[in-house]
Design a protein around this ligand. Structure first.
Ligand SMILES: [Zn+2]
Ligand SMILES: [Zn+2]
Length: 344
């Protein structure tokens, strides 16, 4: 047993996930002096912190999305940073470029804040590394048994087949995929020999920054480049969900649309989003993946946030875990689909 302290190593207050011993926050939602950032999505990496510490991958995206003048110290995965006697390190979370689970160790006690995570390796090269700890703060975006992902390669086979079929019928294929993470996975995962790939400016901007930083990423055209070049085959267009129904779509008529998102596992969502097709492709762990990560953490306490936290923590409790809900300001529910509306 660890000695009972006034403060737990990480606690939840009105600003974010706080470490009193080091006086730093993880993914704060209000302005603070020192912020450790799990990844660059808008609900985790916010504007207004005096200093940030994050991975070089996340720093690259944050500079692109929030501003180039941010004061950011970067870290490699597994590198130790001692602040107020607490050893912090960042470990691959498999969610999006640069995403990390943050490990905090003080006097032999270890906590891990997961941020968002996804199990396994994906087409973009993201991968997940389980980190043993005493307390695991886990997300639960897809914490219901109905969420079960297929192999990524099967999803891309389906997208490729859909694209070819649309071409044969004279339609352009528009896939909505949020601009950080999903869009790059789609670009890397589809078969580029089928035809040209055209990206919305919000996506193209990030692709270019990612490419310029030395990451391997397939090339794609922007709308203007595509308009100026001879068109042989009908393209696949990758655009953020928030850009749906925008004036840019006129130039791609006639077209059919699809969304790539974990939420497409629920049938009503495709109809609600008014698209022709839904591909179940997520940057989060599915039900089994969440349970796997919790198992692998070997934690004796699990704090659940970000999603179906109530139901998921109840399930864990029934299975004998010491689990409870922790209230945070991370976007619940439609995080994946709505991400761009918050940030673009
Ligand atoms: Zn995220
Ligand atoms: Zn999130």
């Amino acid at each position: 047993m660890h000695p009972i302290r006034k403060h737990p190593l990480l606690e939840f207050n009105s600003n974010g996930i706080y470490c009193a011993q080091a006086d730093v926050y993880i993914d704060p939602w209000r302005k603070v002096d020192r912020a450790l950032i799990t990844h660059a999505h808008a609900d985790h990496a916010r504007y207004g912190m005096k200093h940030y510490l994050t991975t070089s991958g996340s720093a690259l995206i944050m500079r692109e999305r929030i501003g180039h003048s941010l004061s950011i110290e970067t870290t490699e995965y597994s590198q130790k940073h001692t602040i107020g006697g607490v050893k912090f390190s960042f470990h691959p979370a498999g969610h999006v470029l640069g995403s990390a689970m943050i490990r905090a160790e003080y006097k032999g006690e270890v906590w891990v804040a997961s941020g968002d995570y996804k199990i396994g390796h994906d087409s973009f090269g993201n991968h997940f590394e389980p980190i043993p700890c005493h307390t695991f703060i886990t997300e639960s975006t897809f914490g219901l048994p109905v969420f079960r992902w297929e192999e990524e390669s099967q999803v891309f086979d389906a997208i490729n087949a859909w694209w070819k079929k649309n071409q044969s019928m004279g339609y352009t294929s528009i896939v909505y995929a949020y601009s950080l993470g999903k869009a790059q996975r789609v670009l890397q995962g589809i078969d580029p020999s089928i035809g040209p790939v055209v990206c919305h400016s919000a996506v193209q901007k990030l692709n270019r920054a990612i490419h310029d930083a030395g990451y391997s990423i397939h090339s794609s055209s922007s709308f203007t480049q595509w308009k100026d070049s001879p068109k042989e085959a009908l393209p696949l267009v990758i655009a953020p969900p928030a850009s749906a129904d925008g004036p840019w779509m006129k130039n791609h008529k006639p077209y059919v649309t699809a969304i790539a998102s974990g939420w497409m596992a629920l049938r009503g969502n495709r109809r609600r989003r008014n698209v022709d097709r839904g591909f179940v492709l997520s940057d989060h762990a599915d039900w089994k993946g969440l349970l796997f990560a919790i198992e692998q953490s070997q934690a004796n306490q699990v704090l659940v946030t970000h999603g179906y936290s109530q139901l998921f923590s109840q399930y864990l409790t029934e299975k004998g875990w010491d689990a409870r809900v922790a209230e945070t300001a991370f976007s619940d529910g439609f995080h994946e689909v709505e991400e761009n509306q918050a940030s673009e």
